[in-house]
Design a protein around this ligand. Sequence first.
Ligand SMILES: [Zn+2]
Length: 267
Amino acid sequence: MQRTFDSEQEKVDSKLDIITTMNRRHFLTTISLSPVFANDYFTDSNDIYLSYQEFVTLKVLNKRLKRLRRFIGYGNFNIVSFKDALFYGRNYSTIGLFTKDELALVDKLFLENPEQYGFFGTKTCTDINNKISAKDIIKVPHTGHYLFKGKPVEDYSKLKKDIGHTLVLTSGVRNVVKQLSLYCNKLYHNGGNITQASIQIAPPAYSYHTVSDFDVGRRGWGYKNFTDAFASTLEFKKMKKLDYISMRYKKNNSDGVRFEPWHVEVI
Ligand SMILES: [Zn+2]
């Protein structure tokens, strides 16, 4: 029976599912030949990939993190510490224990120097168990996101005043688990290509969301807020003229991160 897919993403997920059940030789052949990957990805032979075993582990880890997010809620997932994530895994069977292989992969992704993958950003977090204290953040109503008190909160409210109510917070404070989860998801959908994943999102120890920065978008724009298209919005054009904030990842930035017009650098 022919399977039908609700979305392009589901189609990709399904192919990735098939690939992770193949043996190693088939995996490598499929990765290099599959039309799923015949876009911008997988074109540079210098790109660095996870091993086949790590890719299989990544799939399991990715799903566990998604179960954790569902269990503790989207808002809490932004700030939960790694230590607490392990606690939830140990104590709630709906999430389940993080395996030894998963923990080894987390260590690798958190501790490795990403310069080998072409990422040259600054390390923002040295402790995998980094805690974000409730007294240091505020929850921004109707967004599911938090901001650090002080300059980030001040900047965001000034932005709302200067740009208008169509500007919304699309991502704020992210602790290690949240950044890890975004990174793992990106890595998974890039077929384990660490080089490509690191261009699209900062590795778990290198996100400025863990210390100050936040993302904004145009109300009602959904995922388009995280594409170049955001640079064509009136909101972005107004934002560019303001001097109290900056853009962290400009075109051709020296960190090796793609152009991210939505990412506000708190200065
Ligand atoms: Zn961002």
